[in-house]
Structures are given as C-alpha cells and as structure tokens.
Design a binder for this molecule. Structure first.
Ligand code: DAH
Length: 355
C-alpha cells in the first residue's frame, strides 16, 4: 500500500463497501451482546479509535471531492443509528436483568443478619449524668430543661453578677450578634424555673455549657454541668449539707466523706466548695489530689436573697440552696481518665471501654 492509499479494514472494499458492511452488521452485533460489558465492547469496535466506522472515515479521503459531502452525511447518519441502537439495547439489557431478579427466588427479609450489628452504648458523660439525675430524682428532685442560647440577664444579671464581672466579658463567653450568649453555666435554669413561679421547687438541670477556654487536658470550650436547687419554707444550710452527704455516698460509695470550704459565687450566700475524700488514695495524698487527700467536685450555697427578688420570690418567706457541678470532672475522676479531650474525640478504642 502506498502512502496515498487510505487504510481500509480488511474485507471492506472502499468507502461504500465499508459503510454497508457496518450498516448491515451492527444490529445483530448489538443483539448478540448479552451483558452491558459485552455491549460496550461491541460499540467500541464500531465507533472507537480503531473501530470500523473510523476506518471507513479514513477511506472517505479517497473519494472524489464531489462525493465527500454526501459521504460525510452518510457517516453521520450511520453513527446516529449506531448510538440509538446502543442506547436501546442498553435499556433492554437492564430490563432483562431486572426481570430475572424479580422472577428469581424472593428475599426473606425476616432472616436475622449473619453478622450481628454492634449495639450502641452510653457515652461516659451520659452514664455519669444519668446516674446523678437518678440520685437526685430519688431524693424528690424533678428534671428541668433550659436553653443553651440564653439572655444575658438570665445567665448573669438576675443571678447577681455585677455588669463588669469578668465572666460577662467578650473574651470569656460566646456572644451572638443579637446580644445573646451561649450559657456559661446551668445556673441559668434557676432563673428560668423560678421567675414568676411560686415555690416550693426542687429541680436538677443537666446540660451543655460553653466558655471561651482553649482546650487542654483539663479544659474544653464546650462541656456539661448539672445544677440542683431546692426552695421551700425554712430551708437551711444543714439541708444542703445533708443532701450533699447523701449524694456523695450514693455516687462514690458508702462511707465517702465530704468537706465544705467557704467560697464565693455571686448567686449564693454563704457559698461553699465541696470536696470528697480522694477516690484514688482514700485520703492519704496522691498526685491527683495534690497531696491534700481531697478532691473538689462542686460549688454550692444558699440562694442569695437578691436572686429571689430578681425572680419575684419573697426572700423573707422562702429560702433555698443551689449546687452545680461539672460532669466531665466527675467522669474523669470516676474512670481515672487523664485527659478531658478523650471525652470528645470519639475514638472507638476509648469509647468501647464503657460498653
Ligand atoms: N455556676 C457555677 C459555675 O459554673 C457552679 C455553681 C456554684 C452552681 C455554686 C451553683 C452554686 O448552683 O451554688 O462555676
């Protein structure tokens, strides 16, 4: 073959011969393809780079110029016909596959799976929260909910925080553009539960709180607290002391000793921090309790008369106590977890230990 002679697929004679052979042959070739893969292979043999139609196109170059326009239209028409036939056969093959599937044996949807799917379980924070809520429930406290996006006055002002208290600073709390904030503690529920209501009350309020802290082994910007408060006639500090002692024994076991240290919170007077005898060294002093034998677990106190007044409750007629604790802290101590970040990383190797 000289350079001027175009290549023509073997068995075809010139352009017309090639075109006719393709036109006559492709319907049967497509019909004979039983699978989508086989069909695509046939299509490639016709239209692909080395396909029959491509060979025919090259043969077109040998035609006299006057015939080329008609020949081009012929090729395009044939190409369209091949593509339409391909699509039709593709649909037919899919239809056949579906028909086979539908006429085959039915699936038994009631069969149990061969591999049992793993069962979920509570997160350590959920375990601790539910346990603490149960303790307070058994003491007569009901559960009260509160919003995580809160008004400044419910989170701070009505609880007796002065306007320039550092906690109200932009740097310490997350503020929304509308002037609300993500609650910095669950004490907001005290206001929510008491405002315009008539005592007695006894509530616990577990929930998520937010502070602008950088995360490290002991801090997270989002964590969980549980608030408890009780208001009635003639509630005294000894009632608070009794509830705390009962709570500590239920949570950490009989004989758990507690200790109260005076402390300051704007919404209680007097205020205190509560320590439990160190659960690790039983009081002899270790690195967790920094040699003191005690570990701080919560803040508490007698509800400040100003808070009652801000909520429309007469402080002469009613008294009450409140306490608040961080659930992460309780969980870390309970399980001997050394880094608070483990609680939010959702590593299954960590979480599966709480199954
Ligand atoms: N709201 C306090 C905090 O986030 C915890 C707290 C302290 C709650 C004393 C109380 C309380 O109800 O009486 O640090």
């Amino acid at each position: 073959m000289s350079d001027a002679t175009p290549e023509v697929a073997p068995g075809f004679t010139g352009f017309q011969g090639a075109i006719e052979a393709i036109a006559l042959g492709f319907p049967a070739r497509f019909e004979g393809a039983a699978s989508e893969a086989a069909l695509r292979e046939e299509k490639a043999k016709l239209l692909g780079k080395k396909g029959d139609l491509t060979f025919a196109l090259k043969a077109m170059g040998a035609l006299p110029p006057a015939e080329r326009k008609a020949a081009g239209e012929q090729v395009n028409g044939l190409k369209g016909a091949i593509e339409a036939a391909f699509e039709g056969r593709l649909r037919a093959i899919a239809g056949e596959a579906l028909a086979r599937e539908l006429s085959g044996p039915a699936y038994d949807l009631t069969l149990p799976p061969r591999v049992a799917s793993p069962r979920g379980h509570k997160h350590p924070i959920g375990i601790v929260r539910d346990e603490i809520v149960d303790i307070f429930r058994s003491l007569g406290f009901a559960v009260h909910d509160g919003p995580e996006v809160e008004r400044e006055d419910y989170n701070f002002t009505k609880l007796g925080f002065p306007p320039d208290h550092p906690a109200t600073d932009m740097q310490d709390s997350f503020w929304t553009t509308s002037g609300h904030l993500l609650r910095t503690h669950t004490s907001n529920v005290q206001v929510r539960a008491m405002l315009g209501k008539v005592p007695p009350f006894a509530f616990v309020a577990p929930g998520t709180v937010y502070r602008r802290d950088n995360e490290d082994a002991t801090h997270l910007p989002q964590f969980n607290q549980l608030e408890a408060f009780l208001v009635d006639r003639r509630v005294s500090f000894s009632h608070l002391r009794g509830v705390l002692a009962e709570f500590a024994e239920r949570l950490y076991g009989p004989g758990t000793t507690i200790r109260l240290r005076p402390s300051y919170f704007p919404f209680v007077e007097p205020g205190a921090e509560v320590d439990v005898r160190c659960v690790f060294c039983k009081g002899s002093g270790c690195s967790t309790c920094k040699g003191t034998g005690f570990i701080e677990i919560l803040g508490c106190g007698m509800i400040h008369p100003v808070v009652f007044e801000n909520c429309g409750i007469d402080p002469q007629a009613w008294t009450g106590f409140a306490l608040g604790m961080g659930l992460e802290r309780i969980a870390l101590l309970r399980y001997g977890i050394e880094d608070i970040r483990l609680l939010v990383e959702n590593d299954p190797r960590f979480l599966s230990q709480f199954r």
